[in-house]
Design a protein around this ligand. Structure first.
Ligand code: ADP
Ligand code: MG
Length: 411
C-alpha cells in the first residue's frame, strides 16, 4: 500500500472498507440505484472506483463521470458520454444515434473530443432527448455500472443560477424518468457527493425525485481501522513506531477520516526524515499535530472545509455558519442559550432567522462540522476545531457578551 494524500485510491492502495464494499456490491448486483453520501475526503470516490474495478474484473462495464465542473444539463450529458467513449460498443452506438454531431469516425477522436462534439450538438431543448438516448445506448450485453460523482454540487449550481427549483426538478425528474423507463436495461446508477442531496431536495420540495435511489452513507473508519492503516503505512515505509503512536494519531484527529490518517502519516514521515530518524514516538505525534498539521503546511487539509461551506450555503446562511462555528470553536460548544442570542441578534437582518439557523445547523451536522449532544453542538473533528479556533480566537466576541439593540431596550 502506497501513501496517498490527494487523489482517490484503488487496488493495492485501497485499504479495508470490506463491509461497505460488500454491501454496495450486493445492492448494485441486485440492480438498486444508489445515493452515496459522506463527508469530504471520507473515500467516496475511492470506494466507487474500487467497486467499479472489482466489477470490471467480473465482466461488468464501469463508467465514471465526475460532474463537479458541469454548468448545465448539456454538460452533464456530455460528461457521461466522455466516460462511455472508451467502451467502443457503447460509443459506436452513441455516435450512430447522434450521427449529425460527428463528421469523422469516433474511433479516431479522443474521449475529450467526443465530449466536445456531443456538447456542441446539445441545446437546452434537446439534451433530454439525446441524454435519454445515451442512457439507452449504455445498455450492453454486459451489466453496466454508471457512477455520477459530485452530483449535488452540480445541482446546487443549477439552483443558484436562477434561484428557482425548476431546473433542478427538470434534471432530477428526467434522470428518474429515463432510469425507470429503461427498467432492467438501465445502467445501475451510483450518485455520490459530500453535500447532502437529501436535505437539499427536501428544501426545494422535491424529495420524491430521488426516492428511487437507495441511500448509503459512508462513515469514518473506527479507531482500529485507522490504527491498522497507519501501521501498514509505517511498515511499508520502514518507519518504526512506538506503542501507542497509531492510537495517538487517531485520538488527535477525533474522527477516522481516511484522508487525514494518510496525511498525518505523511507529515510524521517528513518530520522523522528531516531529523534523520526512522523511529516515531507519541510525543512526535503531538508535536507534528501542533506544528505541521495546524501550521501553514497543514492548511490544505482543512481549508476546503471553508470553501465547501460557501458552495453549500447562501450568503445569509454562510454568515450564520461562521458565527456558529466560531462560537463552537472558541467556547467549546454552541449552546442553546447562544443559539437564542444569535437568533435575536439577526432577527432584523434575516427573514425567518430561526428557520435559517435550523437549516444551517442541519448542513453543519450532515457535513460533519458539528455534532449535537445534550449541551449543544460541538466539533467532533479536533483539527477542524483547533483550526477554526485559531482563526477566530481574536475576532469572535462570545454571543453571551454581545449587547444587541434588543438588550439595550430591556431594563
Ligand atoms: N479505502 C481507503 N484506503 C486508503 N486511503 C483512503 C481510502 N479512502 C480514502 N482514502 C484517502 O482519502 C483521500 C480522499 O479519498 P476520496 O476517495 O477522494 O474521498 P472523497 O471522494 O470522499 O472526497 C485519498 O487520497 C486517500 O488518501
Ligand atoms: Mg470524491
Amino acid at each position: 500500500m502506497r501513501l496517498s494524500t490527494g487523489r482517490w485510491v484503488s487496488g493495492d492502495d485501497f485499504f479495508d472498507r470490506a463491509t461497505e464494499l460488500r454491501l454496495l456490491e450486493s445492492l448494485v448486483r441486485d440492480r438498486n440505484h444508489v445515493l452515496l453520501s459522506g463527508q469530504r475526503r471520507m473515500g467516496k470516490t475511492s470506494i466507487v472506483r474500487e467497486l467499479g474495478r472489482r466489477l470490471e474484473n467480473d465482466g461488468w462495464i464501469f463508467l465514471f463521470a465526475d460532474v463537479e465542473g458541469a454548468d448545465c444539463p448539456e454538460d452533464l450529458v456530455a460528461t457521461i458520454a466522455e466516460a462511455a467513449h472508451p467502451i467502443r460498443s457503447i460509443s459506436g452506438r452513441v455516435a450512430a444515434a447522434m450521427q449529425r454531431f460527428f463528421a469523422e469516425n469516433v474511433e479516431e477522436i479522443s474521449a475529450h473530443e467526443f465530449r466536445l462534439k456531443i456538447r456542441a450538438g446539445l441545446s437546452a431543448g434537446s439534451w433530454q432527448h439525446y441524454g435519454a438516448q445515451l442512457f439507452r445506448e449504455c445498455a450492453d450485453d454486459k451489466p453496466v455500472l454508471l457512477a455520477v460523482d459530485e452530483l449535488p454540487i452540480f445541482l446546487k449550481r443549477l439552483h443558484r443560477d436562477d434561484g428557482n427549483a425548476r431546473r433542478v426538478d427538470d434534471l432530477l425528474s428526467w434522470m428518474r424518468g429515463v432510469v425507470e423507463t429503461l427498467g432492467e436495461r438501465a445502467p445501475v446508477l451510483i450518485t455520490s457527493g459530500s453535500i447532502g442531496l437529501e436535505p437539499f431536495v427536501q428544501r426545494l420540495g422535491l424529495p420524491d425525485r430521488i426516492n428511487y435511489l437507495y441511500s448509503f452513507r459512508l462513515g469514518p473508519w473506527p479507531a482500529e481501522t485507522c490504527e491498522s492503516c497507519f501501521n501498514r503505512l509505517a511498515e511499508r515505509y520502514e518507519l518504526q513506531i512506538d506503542d501507542g503512536v497509531a492510537l495517538a494519531v487517531y485520538e488527535r484527529l477525533g474522527v477516522g477520516i481516511p484522508h487525514l490518517v494518510q496525511s498525518f502519516f505523511a507529515r510524521l514521515r517528513d518530520f522523522a526524515g528531516f531529523r534523520g530518524r526512522n523511529r516515531l514516538t507519541v510525543d512526535d505525534v503531538h508535536e507534528v499535530y501542533q506544528t505541521a498539521f495546524l501550521g501553514p503546511a497543514g492548511q490544505s487539509d482543512i481549508v476546503h472545509y471553508d470553501t465547501r461551506l460557501q458552495d453549500a450555503l447562501e450568503d445569509e446562511g454562510y454568515t450564520l455558519a461562521m458565527e456558529i462555528l466560531a462560537e463552537a470553536a472558541t467556547q467549546d460548544v454552541f449552546s442553546p442559550d447562544a443559539r437564542r442570542r444569535l437568533e435575536r441578534q439577526y432577527a432584523e437582518k434575516i427573514e425567518d432567522v430561526r428557520g435559517c439557523v435550523s437549516d444551517v445547523l442541519d448542513v453543519l451536522v450532515h457535513d460533519g462540522y458539528l455534532q449535537p449532544d445534550a449541551g449543544g453542538y460541538r466539533f467532533p473533528l479536533h483539527p477542524l476545531k483547533d483550526w477554526w479556533a485559531g482563526r477566530f480566537r481574536d475576532h469572535h466576541v462570545p454571543l453571551r457578551d454581545r449587547r444587541t439593540d434588543h438588550d439595550a431596550g430591556e431594563p
